[in-house]
Design a protein around this ligand. Structure first.
Ligand code: GAL
Length: 687
């Protein structure tokens, strides 16, 4: 059962760092927060040096004072444990707690997240500050919940300290039992890598050409994920023991961490930090890029963990550190747009980062709602508008969830293996993005879901269509589950490179697509990477189903049809494999298994959407252009259609029914304009 945040109404919060401001400002800050309908304040997550100024001396008076005042103003408080920022006294005395580069260079005091999760000393000191902090604040009437640490695996998601090598060995012993099994799993017979003593085993170490054993590279990521979870659990268990009345969460979606397992094992619900303006500093190279709208792709991931979640940090101004990440200012309306982007995808508690722009430190350009000067500004006014709208619609929307009939399926093993293995990893991203984009542009809401050991047929069967494009690692058990999904009526899409590896990342000695060859009724006879002299072949659909000149990108597999009930939907139309099958469909039970011997491009996805006759769930009464994201949040009580205009100009919409925008109360019908960065939320008409 997925774990969601439980609130009665959409709730606004803000990150606040009282330690950055004169005490004389606090009261005015809290009063103004309430005026904006902000009712939750998140604090303390970086304040270890205040709460434990020297080893073993604790002083919790500062935040007690802050919270007393917050309480007087009716504000609720989320407290962060401060373990992302160990104080100078700590790392100076115990350098073994520091994280290290692959070459062993320690990450020294002066930034944050410079520690490792393995050091027994760090675990001891983290447990102690957490225990003391929870003891000190657990009965404070303002506190509602806890955030563990801050953004696990942000800044760095690899760990090479001495303590990590030791912990990795322990983890491997638990996983494999004997060195013999480890050697087998990592294929160490190759290049004489065989280990004869556990002490010889390390995480990745420096090498002239950084190509470590690929099976080790995969286990390294699994280890980091497990180690992160066990580090988080240490704190989660303490909070639960001492403050069972409070909820526990943590924020951020970062690499080498199974956030689904983290949530299962440690949290009450997951929280995310949403900064869509990163799209302006890491622009995507694809045409037609989703830009800030691409954050919906991450939010779709987040809601697969917690259908209703918290955004612990929502961008509320331009970002930027002193020396990097310089971002444009959000245009008028964009903060509101991004706030509703989070809400559409299931956010019920939205916390802005941050109340006021810092005047000192690394983040003096990471703007909050208020500027340094603390005078009225347009961002504060925009948040005030959102606050007023939440007051109006918040009760009806909270607890409703995003609705989708198509899902993009992924899994952690393939993701982590594909980070290193360029023979399948890049295709996963290419295909997931092509599908997500086309579905977005054509207003077909889609979920992103993660295949896990606990995934059941029931979890999959609620989708009419599932795309699982390039699962290089595939077991017979997974294939069996997928087959049952198809037989009960699902339409399932695979892509090139499916099924060639086992869970160690070693290659199966069987024809491709391995475990799903039977289900698809095809065999891969030959293949080529599209690189160097190999050009992506053109493909031609039967009955003109694909546009002239459509290319099969990334990788080309030449398919052989093995079963009479396989339909060849498209063939290669150029290259030495011209005329051979490229895209096939096989009916099995009441469903269909599709196999595509390449990576999906937007053009191919577009044709498949037509083929599947997928349309917007409100196509009968509502037409909007591609720039607009359309999604629905619903429960048994009602359904709300969200329309978000990401364009910096008004766009034309056609409403064939008279509907009311719940945010403004305005009734709309016929040809109407959705303003630049505008948002509408309609209650779905019953007919
Ligand atoms: C997040 C982090 C915040 C703040 C923000 C802006 O990653 O959790 O503490 O640093 O980015 O840089």
């Amino acid at each position: 059962m997925a774990k969601s945040i439980q609130v009665d109404e959409l709730t606004l919060g803000v990150c606040y760092y009282p330690e950055h401001w004169p005490e004389a400002l606090w009261e005015d800050d809290f009063r103004r927060m309430r005026e904006l309908n902000i009712s939750v304040v998140r604090m303390a997550e970086f304040a270890w040096a205040i709460m434990e100024p020297e080893e073993g001396r604790f002083d919790f008076s500062f935040f007690a004072r802050v919270m007393d005042l917050a309480h007087q103003y009716g504000l609720k408080v989320i407290l962060g444990t401060p373990t992302a920022t160990p104080p100078a006294w700590l790392t100076h005395k115990y350098p073994e707690v520091l994280n290290a580069d692959v070459d062993g260079t320690l990450h020294r005091h002066g930034m944050r997240r410079h520690y490792n999760y393995s050091s027994p000393k760090y675990r001891e000191l983290c447990a102690r500050i957490t225990r003391n902090m929870v003891e000190a604040y657990k009965d404070h009437p303002a506190v509602i919940g806890w955030q563990i640490d801050n953004e696990f695996n942000c800044e760095s998601n690899v760990y090479y300290a001495e303590a990590d090598h030791v912990a990795f060995r322990q983890w491997l012993k638990a996983r494999y039992g004997t060195l013999e099994k480890l050697n087998e799993a990592w294929g160490t017979v190759f290049w004489s890598q065989t280990y004869t003593d556990w002490e010889q085993v390390y995480l990745t170490r420096p090498m002239a050409n950084p190509s470590p054993n690929p099976h080790l590279a995969l286990d390294e990521k699994r280890f980091i994920s497990d180690n992160t979870i066990s580090f988080a659990k240490l704190q989660g268990d303490i909070i639960r023991e001492l403050a069972p009345q409070h909820w526990v969460t943590t924020n951020g979606l970062f690499g080498h961490l199974d956030s689904h397992a983290l949530t299962d094992e440690v949290l009450d619900f997951f929280s995310y930090d949403s900064y869509p303006q990163f799209s302006t500093i890491f622009p995507s190279d694809d045409e037609n890029s989703l830009k800030d709208r691409a954050w919906s792709m991450s939010l779709a991931n987040v809601r697969s963990i917690s259908p209703n979640f918290c955004v612990m940090e929502q961008q509320s101004g331009p970002g930027g550190w002193v020396n990097r990440m310089e971002m444009a200012s959000p245009r008028p309306g964009q903060i509101r747009l991004w706030s509703y982007q989070s809400v559409l995808h299931g956010c019920d508690l939205l916390v802005y980062f941050r109340w006021r722009t810092a005047t000192m430190g690394t983040e003096i350009y990471w703007h909050g709602i208020n500027d340094h000067h603390n005078q009225p500004n347009r961002r504060v006014r925009e948040v005030g508008q959102i606050g007023a709208e939440f007051a109006k619609i918040g009760g009806a929307i909270a607890g409703t969830t995003y609705q989708a009939e198509i899902a993009l399926l992924q899994d952690y093993d393939n993701h982590w293996d594909g980070e290193f293995d360029v023979w399948h990893g890049p295709f996963q991203w290419q295909s997931q993005r092509a599908w997500f984009k086309q579905l977005q542009y054509r207003h077909i809401p889609a979920d992103r879901i993660t295949l896990r050991p606990a995934t059941t047929l029931e979890d999959l069967a609620k989708y009419k269509v599932i795309v699982y494009p390039h699962a290089a690692i595939m077991t017979d058990e997974t294939a069996n589950l997928l087959q049952r999904y198809v037989e009960q009526g699902g339409k399932l899409f695979f892509g090139a490179r499916t099924g060639y590896k086992n869970p160690t990342g070693q290659v199966n000695m069987r024809p491709l697509p391995g475990p799903v060859a039977e289900l698809c009724g095809v065999t891969v006879e030959d293949y080529t990477m599209i690189k160097g002299t190999a050009k992506a072949a053109e493909i031609k659909g039967a009955d003109g189903r694909l546009a002239e000149g459509t290319k099969a990108v990334g990788f080309n597999e030449i398919l052989r049809v093995d079963k009479p009930d396989v339909e060849v939907v498209a063939k290669y139309a150029s290259e030495y494999y011209e005329g051979e099958p490229a895209l096939t469909r096989r009916k099995a039970g009441s469903g269909e298994a599709w196999y595509y011997g390449a990576a999906y491009s937007e053009q191919v996805v577009d044709a498949l959407i037509d083929e599947l006759r997928l349309v917007s769930p409100v196509a009968n009464w509502l037409e909007v252009p591609a720039e607009v994201e359309l999604g629905i949040r619903a429960s048994d009580a009602g359904a709300y259609v969200f329309l978000l205009n990401y364009a910096d100009r008004p766009v034309a919409a056609l409403l064939k029914q008279r509907v009311q925008d719940s945010l403004t109360g305005v009734w709309l019908e016929g040809e109407v304009e959705l303003p630049a960065f505008g948002v509408w939320v309609f209650e779905r008409p019953s007919a």
